[in-house]
Design a protein around this ligand. Structure first.
Ligand code: FPP
Length: 265
């Protein structure tokens, strides 16, 4: 038995959701490490970059499904500060892919009320991509649907160094006392400012690492690892992850367990 997902007007992504899934206990913020694109392509005798192209489709359908489900934020790891060390051809392909996807999808993102933000050291990206990113962020800034964060040239350690420097600058300028530095002031200097921390991290392709992703923000996230390669990550894989999340007892360092519904997410 399954239920039909209640969808808004123009939803083409409505799905049958599993009976066990409680729509009132979904994670408010979902983070994904989209891994396995290269292996997906290799398994099909295709060049690695075809895996990235297929990965975009998986990301689009995940975003739409999350939006349909009422999940408030989706943060995806698209390009790490370490990914520059890949062959130049692959890096160039990815930069061009980001540009094309933005050009092609911006209109749909706008009409679906998605608010898109790119998080990372954007000034190192090709200028044309920077312009497209700035335009997309500006045009969707007031949208009221899901917050879609694309971590691009992002590294968790670098983000923490950047935040520390900013706090040090504010102290040097006399704007802030050292004693005022706490978790809130530090979090306010992160790229994710204004976003609640992720409740659930999904990593595909069976790898069990954080890989420098959202080091601060994932402090209390539940982690779901699936063997599925990212391009094959569809509704069933997402529902499995959500069911797994709902089976967890979140303690946040205390002794009394908190089930996801008690968090109001
Ligand atoms: C990791 O797989 C994936 C990436 C480094 C790129 C992911 C990017 C996308 C799916 C494009 C997103 C586009 C936009 C505009 C948001 P891998 O290559 O490391 O896979 P492997 O471990 O099998 O080699």
């Amino acid at each position: 038995m399954s239920r039909q997902l209640a969808t808004s007007a123009d939803q083409v992504h409505s799905r049958c959701i599993p009976d066990g899934l409680d729509l009132s206990k979904l994670p408010g913020h979902l983070a994904v490490i989209m891994d396995g694109n290269g292996r997906w392509a290799k398994a099909r005798g295709l060049p690695r970059v075809m895996g990235h192209r297929a990965g975009v489709e998986a990301l689009k359908s995940t975003l739409r499904l999350c939006n349909d489900l009422g999940i408030r934020a989706l943060t995806a790891y698209a390009f790490s500060t370490e990914n520059w060390s890949r062959p130049g051809e692959e890096v160039n392909f990815l930069m061009t892919l980001f540009e094309r996807v933005l050009q092609r999808e911006l209109h749909a993102l706008e009409s679906e009320q998605v608010r898109i933000r790119f998080l990372g050291d954007l000034e190192d990206l090709p200028l044309r991509l920077q312009t497209l990113i700035a335009d997309a962020m500006r045009r969707t800034a007031d949208n009221r649907g899901i917050h879609f964060n694309v971590c691009t040239n992002y590294g968790g350690r670098r983000e923490l160094v950047r935040a520390s420097r900013r706090l040090a600058e504010r102290v040097a300028l006399g704007e802030l006392e050292v004693s005022q530095i706490d978790e809130n002031t530090l979090a306010a200097e992160l790229y994710t400012v204004g976003e609640l921390d992720p409740d659930l991290l999904i990593r595909t392709s069976g790898e069990r690492r954080i890989s420098n992703f959202l080091l601060w923000q994932l402090a209390y996230a539940e982690i779901h690892v699936t063997d599925v390669f990212w391009p094959d990550f569809g509704a069933d894989a997402l529902f499995s992850a959500l069911l797994d999340y709902q089976s967890r007892c979140r303690r946040f360092g205390g002794l009394d367990g908190v089930t996801p519904d008690a968090l109001g997410s």
